[in-house]
Design a protein around this ligand. Structure first.
Ligand code: GAR
Length: 201
């Protein structure tokens, strides 16, 4: 299963996917291309170091969201991508893009959705004083972090936590969960009943 990874930043989740592939822990998934909407980010360096094809598709300067998404689709197309993984990709995709990959776009989010969607999920968790947060891998729909949930991992919020400490504890779970779900998706069958989705081995 050929995977396109979309990134915007430091690419720690991308690195976890690259490491899992190199270690034979990504099932039948193969990272075929890494596409960033931001030039010059560390994620692109990580991809290049792993000798993966990369592309930069800036969202700035595009005449419309549809034009941006057409450029993303054009960057993925030559690589025969079958699954798109959003690994710290900080743009919302519309039906124009998603319709090309039905139930084949997944995202990692640093909270137990449906709590704390959108930006700074860790800060939202601290502000609400929740005692448990975590991370979620979900199918992407047109909402902001609203698609059917595939897998979650819980993380305690400790009294002494600041933003950095909590973000690091959540990230450790993200780096484990995302490659595990991609491996499962590459080997199993996605079952979907309404909002409920799971992977059957
Ligand atoms: C990760 O914590 C990811 O869950 C989050 O951005 C970070 C990217 O880090 N994504 C979102 O908040 C998406 N709504 P990375 O680029 O080092 O993997």
């Amino acid at each position: 299963m050929r995977v396109g990874v979309l990134v915007s930043g430091s690419g720690r989740n991308l690195q976890a996917l690259l490491d899992a592939e190199a270690a034979g822990r990504l099932g039948r998934a193969r990272i075929a291309v890494v596409v960033s909407n931001q030039p010059g980010v560390l994620a692109l360096e990580r991809a290049a170091r792993a000798e993966k094809p990369t592309a930069v598709v800036p969202h700035r300067g595009q005449p419309s969201r549809q034009a941006f998404e057409d450029a993303l689709l054009a960057a993925l197309a030559p690589h025969g991508v079958e699954l798109v993984v959003l690994a710290g990709f900080m743009r919302i995709l519309t039906g124009h893009f998603l319709g090309r990959f039905p139930d084949r776009v997944v995202n990692i989010h640093p909270a137990l959705l449906p709590s704390f969607p959108g930006v700074d999920a860790q800060g939202q968790a601290l502000a609400h004083g929740v005692k448990i947060t975590g991370c979620t891998v979900h199918l992407v729909d047109e909402g902001t972090d609203t698609g059917p949930i595939l897998a979650q991992a819980a993380v305690p919020v400790l009294p002494e936590d600041d933003h950095g400490a909590l973000a690091r504890r959540i990230l450790a779970e993200e780096l484990r969960l995302l490659p595990a779900v991609v491996a499962e998706l590459s080997q199993g069958r996605l079952v979907r009943e309404g909002r409920r989705a799971w992977i059957r081995p």
